[in-house]
Each structure stands twice: as C-alpha cells, then as structure tokens.
Design a protein around this ligand. Structure first.
Ligand SMILES: [Zn+2]
Length: 436
C-alpha cells in the first residue's frame, strides 16, 4: 500500500462524528466482553447498578465506576495468574509487560495476539506521524526488559525502517553506533537525549556534525512538551524532537506529536479519553485541565474501563493544522508529583518550563519542598551558565519573578550554583526532593 502524509488517512482525518461512532460501537463490545468475562467488572457494574446494555451514547459511560492503579494491583493474581480484570483465559495471552513499579507493586499488562498486532499498528502510525519513513535507520534506545516501550521497535520495523535494537547501552557504545551506523532517528528520554548529546560533545564528538540524527523521539518525562527543553535538545543535536506518551497499562506509546508540535494525537481508535475533576471525579468540558481517564476500546486481554491515570492534562478535539481530526492531549504532569503551596497546585513541569526558558542559566534544576509551621514552601536550585557574569543575586531575582508569574506563587528561595554543580542524570531524572 502506498502511503502519503498519513498512515491511515481515512481514519486519521475522519469527521469527529465518524470517529465517535466507531468509538461507541467498540465501547459497547468491550463493555459486554468485560462484564461477561472479567470477574471484577461483573461485580463493580452490578454494585453500581449499571449494565453494558445501558450504553446508548458515549456520555452514558459516566455512570460507570472508575478504576485506578490500586484496582489493578489489588486484582492482580486474584482468582488466576492474570487476575480479576483479565477477560480472557491465559492460553490466549502471548505477552505481558510489567510496569517499573516506581509507585508501588509492579503491575503487568497482558496482550492477546490481536491486541499485540493492533498495538504495533498504532506504533507504526505514530512513528509515521512523527516523520519516520522506510528509508530511515532507527535506533530504539529503550529498555527491552519487562518495559512496555521495548516491543514498540516492531512498529518501526513494520513501517519498513531499518531498526537497530539498541536497548540501554552504555553511552560510549551508543555514541559509537550513532557515529558509525549513522541512524537517522532515535528514541530515548529527554534527560538522556540531553546527557548523551552533552557527553558526546565533551569527548570531542559533535552530534550535529558527526551523527546523522534527524528525529529524536522522547517519552517518560515532561521535557518533550516543554518548548524551551525541546528547543535546547533540538539545537544540541541539530534534529527535530517529537514527544511521545505511553502508559505501561496500555501501550508503549498511546499518543505522539505530529510535525506541528502542538499537543500529542492520541490513538482514539483504542482509547476513549475523559477529563475529570481531581477531587470530585466530575467530567470537565473539553480543553480544561484535569485528570485524564482512559477506557481501552479494543484491548481484549485486559480491558480498562474508566481508568484514572493520575496524569494531569487537557484533551482537545479541534482539527490540527496537520489535517488530523484525531484528538490531542497536553500532559502537564503526574497527580503524585503535584504539590500545593498557598492553595495553588504546583507542577514540577511548570518549574521546568520557567527554568529552561531563562537566559544565562544551564537549564538544570532541583526542586526542594519543605514545610514550616504546617505551610508548604518550595525552593529551586539552578545553575548559572559559565559565560554569565551576572551576580548570583540578580539571577535568583529573575528566576523568582518568572516562577511567580508562571505559577502564581513565589519560591521561598532560589539557590544559584556554578555550572556543573547539579548531577546530570540519565533516563528518568529525579529532580524533586520532598522533605516534608
Ligand atoms: Zn497534528
């Protein structure tokens, strides 16, 4: 099949009514499947007094109960190896991924053969959307062990790209491969993209001159959607950066940027998105910031119905300048990372937004949350660039004012250190210390 700008033009540019009609048809099927085959849903739907037959429109879903990470953990291994949320017998399952367990017991995500193939078709589509073509050489520099992002390389292969299964190589070997094999696209995390480019430079290798990377895909942290962070990485590598977003409970990537870099198109053929109020669980109008709630529309092995992701963001359905009508998400951070100062919700990603946009600093930062007299405060440590002769006090004042303007509440203190003082991290960076 010859493809143009889109992987699946008919679906990606369909009128909203058509996309939503397809979602409704699949929602009815998956709700019936879950109720009939997953003991958890039978119980929870009965307790809430709802039945799959009650779904006549997408809006009817709001009468159904939520689930969350805890539901998954509690039901795992209950009754059977796959647990009470699973809706198929184990012999139909061909793959399970396992979450990192960064916030508790690792949870696994099972796939049937069809689930797996459809997942990889979504990955191909997202890679295509981010500009990957069969003539690309692609290095998949993501962890392969247990992590749901590993198998995404199959989506790139199915697209026709030449794939190098990099995994988590030591930096010097990765730099060697980037120089010698000249891949044109790479997937890693924003922190690692920065670290790797910076490390290469320190050893006399210029990513712009000595590599041939045209596209960097990133996921796992907020950086890819923070304009100043994106720009800094793009300049370091001389490449375009595309933010990807996935959930270990669903797919390695569920959404990705297109060439417009304005939000991430989410796979609406597989995921129905709702945005709800953090405290009340009430549905918010499109475009408002809240907790993202997903219902998987086709995943047979373990359907997730109204899964509260803990991710905070917005969902918009206006047509994108790229021509796609598929909705876009803007993720601002994790509910768990948010902290409250003077009744204001503060997200570390907002602090990164400010620090990365500030002149005369390196962009590295560390946030410390403290408590005094039952009141929370935050303190931000930044680094002054080596070529900046400004007084530390003046840098601190600029940073403090910019933070107040963006977030609404001033930091208790801004600490300014010389270039190179903060630890450069690989992969998922730990940039928040909560001392409360
Ligand atoms: Zn677009």
């Amino acid at each position: 099949m010859s493809r143009g700008k889109y992987w699946n033009e008919a679906f990606e540019t369909a009128p909203r009514a058509e996309i939503e009609a397809k979602q409704l048809a699949d929602l009815k099927v998956i709700a019936r499947h879950a109720y009939a085959n997953a003991p958890y849903y039978k119980r929870s739907f009965d307790a809430a007094g709802v039945k799959p037959e009650d779904i006549g429109s997408l809006k009817d879903l709001e009468r159904f109960p939520f689930i969350d990470k805890k539901t998954q953990r509690d039901s795992q291994g209950v009754g059977s190896f796959l647990g009470e949320l699973a809706a198929v017998p184990e012999e139909e399952v061909i793959f399970v991924s396992t979450s990192s367990g960064s916030t508790g017991v690792p949870t696994m995500s099972p796939f049937t053969r069809r689930d797996f193939d459809e997942w990889q078709d979504v990955e191909s589509r997202l890679f295509w959307q981010a500009g990957m073509r069969p003539q690309d050489r692609y290095i998949h520099a993501l962890n392969f062990s247990l992590y749901v992002g590993g198998p995404d390389v199959i989506g790139a292969q199915n697209l026709g790209a030449l794939c190098i299964w990099g995994g988590t190589l030591p930096s010097e070997r990765l730099i060697f491969i980037l120089k010698e094999y000249k891949p044109t696209a790479i997937w890693t995390s924003p922190s690692y993209a920065w670290y790797l480019g910076d490390t290469a430079k320190k050893t006399g290798v210029d990513p712009k001159r000595d590599f041939n990377i045209k596209r960097i895909f990133v996921a796992g942290e907020m950086g890819g959607s923070i304009p100043a962070t994106r720009k800094a990485i793009e300049e370091l590598w001389g490449a375009k950066l595309y933010d990807f977003y996935g959930l270990s409970d669903i797919f390695g990537a569920c959404a990705a940027m297109c060439e417009e870099h304005d939000g991430l198109h989410i796979a609406e053929d597989h995921i129905l998105v709702e945005t709800v109020d953090l405290d009340t669980g009430e549905i918010l109008p499109p475009g408002e910031r809240g907790e993202l709630v997903y219902t998987t529309l086709r995943k047979h092995a373990r359907p997730l119905i109204r899964f509260r992701t803990g991710d905070i963001g917005r969902f918009v359905t206006e047509k994108c300048a790229c021509g796609r009508t598929l909705g876009r998400i803007y993720v601002d951070g994790r509910k768990d990372d948010m902290f409250i100062v003077s009744a204001v919700n503060v997200y570390p990603s907002d602090i990164e937004f400010v620090v990365r946009g500030l002149a005369g600093v390196t962009g590295e930062y560390l946030i410390r949350i403290t408590e005094e007299n039952f009141t929370a405060h935050y303190e931000v440590t930044i680094e002054k660039s080596h070529d900046n002769n400004e007084a530390d006090e003046s840098v601190a004042q600029r940073a403090s004012a910019a933070l107040k303007a963006r977030i609404g509440v001033k930091p208790q203190r801004v600490v300014v250190l010389p270039d190179g003082s903060l630890e450069r991290s690989t992969h998922k960076a730990k940039r928040v210390i909560d001392e409360r």
